[in-house]
Design a protein around this ligand. Sequence first.
Ligand code: CA
Length: 227
Amino acid sequence: MNLILIVEDEPGIARVLSAYLKKASFEVIHAADGITALELFKQHQPALVVLDVMLPGMDGWELLQLIREQGACPVIMLTARDGIEDRLSGLDGGADDYMTKPFIPEEVVARVNAVLRRRPYVNDRNSKRHFGNLVIDYAAKCVYLNGAEVGLSPRDLSLLLFLSEYPNRTFTRDHLIEQVWGMDYEGSDRAVDLSVKRLRQLLCNWSSDVGEIRTLRGMGYQFWISE
Ligand code: CA
């Protein structure tokens, strides 16, 4: 059974969310602040986190970064209506989805299901591939740089797995959204740019003479490796 961590300081909202998710056969744990949430996260390794932005103490964006450092776990953000776009683009948050308050509980359940269905790209190859100091394990869906695992969100991970599977081929943003994230992905094609930006940051120690994620102006992106 999938375990969902709800991080929400308003008891009423937490109760409603919890009730709906339980009705949809999820197991639910709840935290009302960031510190408790992080402890629960480490202890229980949930399948997904529903994370309110406005929390006492550490806010949802800070907590999101700390969760990202722990490894790949999908996160749905709950945000206030005002200024959401500024916040999302400005902070380049890296959430897998977000919902604005007030929301319909059924819709949260639907989004949780959708995000969990959006599995990272599955590969036939049961092997690791080495790109210099970057190692990608397609079976385990893990990425290692200089021997240490790189913590990627499911969305960024699936993009990297796909691009690296087809080195030196260029894909348009639309193609990547359709092939990697699925037709039901709702978001702007700017999401691809942001995802590539995050990947470049995380892989900044990847030897540039071995490879890099290249932008081909007006065409798209390419996982370039030297032949
Ligand atoms: Ca709140």
